[in-house]
Design a protein around this ligand. Structure first.
Ligand code: DAH
Length: 357
């Protein structure tokens, strides 16, 4: 190593930020820098000396450049480490404004219900599927046998969005039933999925919110009957409410994407609000055998494949299970409400007894 290189190394080591580093760089490689001056003097040498000295200086220049570049990388890496350490996020800190020894975070009742649904249907062999909040009117309506001008479109108070996808108008999905279409198009049957997710309708009062949650279910196989639908939903409702003898009633109804269609009621006492007894009926979800036209829209031959579908409101089932009267509470973010209705992340296992394996 030449003297020049050792003084350079010392100067570089002393430079701890990019500004100081640049001063050193200019001192050696700048227009009037130390190395540049040496190279300029080459021209003054006699030709026979010039060649050897030139080769020597080229090597020096290469090493000087390497030293300078390496120090730059080092300074940048150190700066990044320092920044990462300074900007570290500590997820165990209490929320801003909370007392340091205040209550720990809790699971929101909506999240808890979705976890319970996934656990109960999971035990029955269902996987969890996902859809998209922004959907086209084909997935949300047309493929589900709800063509333009169908009265069901008017019921949904849809938020339409500017723009199109695949030439179809965009909207905020009004139901999770779009996941039926997504699943049938993306995966070959047999299928067994539930799809919890957000849905949107222009509606706001004590029992409606412009954003709410539904959970869809879909089973497609070769020999699926109404009996499977009934058994599956009875098991689910009894497990979810934790009432093994919960009365469940299937009532003929109409949905464009199922045939036949059924609304599902559970037994309760209208006066006291108690579930499971009392002789009154309360509607809790919609269901039916997947309409042959919906199967065909997804490329499945209805003579080979059948199935059933169901859809339920997550807020509604949560309100019934926990005696919550006003749906707006879910989205007010009032810590006092959340503290009494939230669930510990370490709550007991999600599965109640009574789910058929
Ligand atoms: N999508 C319906 C709604 O939002 C609920 C529903 C009914 C879903 C019947 C289904 C079904 O899959 O079979 O009201």
């Amino acid at each position: 190593m030449t003297d020049l290189e050792s003084t350079l190394s010392a100067s570089l080591a002393a430079a701890t930020d990019l500004r100081a580093w640049d001063t050193v760089r200019v001192e050696y490689l700048g227009k009037t820098g130390k190395l540049t001056e040496l190279l300029k003097q080459l021209g003054k040498l006699p030709p026979e000396e010039r060649r050897a000295r030139g080769a020597e200086l080229n090597l020096v220049k290469q090493r000087v450049t390497e030293l300078i570049d390496a120090r730059r990388n080092q300074i940048e890496a150190q700066a990044l480490d320092a920044r990462l350490a300074a900007e570290r996020v500590d997820p165990s800190l209490p929320p801003r404004g909370a007392a340091p020894d205040g209550p720990p975070g809790l699971i929101h009742p909506i999240s808890r219900t979705i976890e319970e649904m996934a656990a109960i249907f999971g035990a029955m062999g269902f996987a969890v599927g996902e859809g998209r909040d922004i959907e086209t009117d084909w997935f949300n309506f047309a493929a589900l046998n709800i063509p333009p001008h169908h009265p069901a479109r008017a019921d949904h108070d849809t938020f339409y969005l500017p723009g199109t996808r695949d030439g179809r108008p965009l909207l905020l999905r009004t139901q999770t039933s779009d996941v039926q279409i997504i699943s049938m198009l993306e995966q070959p049957p047999p299928l067994r999925i539930i799809a919890p997710g957000r849905t949107y309708r222009a509606d706001h009062d004590a029992t409606h919110s412009p954003m709410f949650h539904q959970c869809e279910g879909l089973v497609i196989d070769r020999a699926i009957t109404l009996g499977h639908l009934k058994g599956c939903l009875i098991d689910f409702l009894r497990a979810f409410f934790g009432i093994s003898a919960l009365p469940v009633r299937f009532r003929a109804s109409y949905f464009p994407f199922t045939e036949p269609s059924m609304e599902v009621d559970i037994g309760w006492n209208r006066k006291t609000g108690e579930l499971g007894a009392g002789g009154d009926w309360l509607e809790v979800l919609g269901s039916g055998m997947v309409h042959p036209r919906v199967l065909a829209n997804c490329g499945l031959d209805p003579r080979e494949w059948q199935g059933f579908a169901f859809g339920m409101g997550v807020e509604r089932l949560t309100m019934l299970k926990h005696g919550i009267a006003d749906l707006r509470n879910f989205f007010d973010s009032d810590p006092r409400w959340l503290r009494s209705y939230g669930f510990s992340a370490f709550a007991p296992p999600l599965l109640h007894e009574g789910v058929a394996p």
